[in-house]
Design a protein around this ligand. Structure first.
Ligand SMILES: [Zn+2]
Length: 206
């Protein structure tokens, strides 16, 4: 949910149900050549264990298809037109960066690696974003103060008790969101003062 922009979702490759969508473009000219190249590419990418969809729906313009797949967050789009089919090339467009380039067919083999790179880049961006929006607090007063001041996340040591969670929610409308891998110091629950078992991210529920 962290990823997304004005055009819709941006799915990380590892969780995307469709990782690559192949869209034939301007297929009215030499459609057979284009369509045979499209199935060839689909087959090759499936052979590389990628989740591939061919969007060969009739009566929908390529631009409208691009828009739909962008909205659904498909990480990678491949476009193949008559010129590409004749020249053994294709167009590759990344959802995450918006980068769009012409590639030779040989470059298909590198796509699984490029998808992994994209996965890492997205994780890096979301971690940086989370760090930027997270503040560590060490007392109940600080907790309440930061909650009122900003809408990010608050990292705090916490006891883990459902009663304590309920009390926090009732008094501040903050709920537990996530347990980060990194923890910080502190033996006592920020809220009730009992023994702290974990570091938890809180944020306000709306
Ligand atoms: Zn507690």
């Amino acid at each position: 949910m962290i990823h997304g922009d004005d055009r819709g979702m941006v799915l990380p490759p590892e969780v995307a149900p469709i990782q690559v969508v192949i869209v034939p473009v301007a297929a009215e000219k030499e459609p057979e050549l284009v369509m045979s190249r499209v199935s060839e590419v689909a087959q090759q990418l499936r052979g590389l264990e990628l989740r591939v969809q061919v969007d060969d729906r009739d009566g929908i313009k390529p631009g409208a298809k691009f828009y739909q797949h962008e909205m659904r967050g498909v990480p990678l789009r491949i476009e193949i037109g008559p010129r590409d089919a004749a020249q053994n090339t294709l167009v590759r467009a990344w959802r995450f960066t918006g980068e769009k380039v012409h590639l030779s067919m040989d470059a298909l083999e590198t796509l699984p690696d490029r998808l992994s790179e994209m996965q890492r880049a997205m994780l890096k961006k979301s971690s940086a974003n989370l760090d930027e929006r997270t503040i560590s607090v060490h007392s109940k007063e600080e907790f309440i103060e930061h909650l009122n001041r900003q809408d990010g996340f608050i990292s705090a040591r916490w006891c883990g008790s459902p009663a304590c969670e309920k009390a926090i929610k009732e008094e501040t409308s903050a709920t537990t969101r996530n347990m980060p891998e990194h923890t910080h110091e502190g033996n006592k629950c920020i809220w009730c003062g009992n023994q702290a078992l974990k570091t938890v991210l809180f944020s306000k529920a709306y």
